[in-house]
Design a binder for this molecule. Structure first.
Ligand code: ZN
Length: 163
């Protein structure tokens, strides 16, 4: 067993010892979803005041709506959320490469072409706007759904409004 797995098991044993959240309902109590990056420096629960059962937190590299849309639809249509908050962040890894570069790495390493759009971006505010637009204009999100876009500053912990 790896050191990481051992550490995770030990931490979980501690967590379970004082666990009291075993009877929460499945649908999020505060009826909203957050789409954000997987970046290890972001703790949405701490940064945005979430407790267990409050909201869906959908994460992927960059917090891209195109990849998150599947989960957003499930969140809204099956679990009753009515608001989406998209949060990208400063110093995001997605600002540091292009699709061609990553496809080149995979080609060199594995001698294969994968048909994946890695969805990197070169402008933070534009990517937030693009993703809020994508959700609003997806054709499968109700017009009444409130969708807003934000940038989280990894330097300060602050979120600022984009759209
Ligand atoms: Zn990121």
């Amino acid at each position: 067993m790896s050191k990481i797995v051992q550490e995770v098991i030990a931490a979980n044993d501690k967590y379970v010892a004082s666990f009291t959240k075993g009877s929460l309902p499945l649908p999020p109590d505060r009826k909203f979803a957050i789409v954000t990056c997987m970046d290890a420096r972001i703790d949405p629960a701490k940064a945005l005041g979430l407790k267990e059962g409050d909201a869906h937190v959908i994460r992927n590299a960059g917090g891209r709506a195109k990849e998150a849309l599947r989960s957003v639809i499930i969140s809204q249509q099956l679990l009753g959320t009515t608001e989406v908050i998209v949060i990208h962040h400063t110093d995001c890894g997605m600002l540091t490469f292009t699709d061609n570069q990553l496809h080149g790495i995979l080609k060199d390493k594995f001698n294969t072409d994968v048909s994946v759009d890695f969805l990197p971006f070169s402008d933070l505010e534009s990517s937030v706007k693009e993703d809020v637009d994508l959700i609003k204009n997806s054709g499968v999100v109700d017009k009444s759904v409130n969708a807003t876009g934000w940038v989280y500053e990894v330097e300060t912990g602050k979120i600022r409004s984009v759209v």
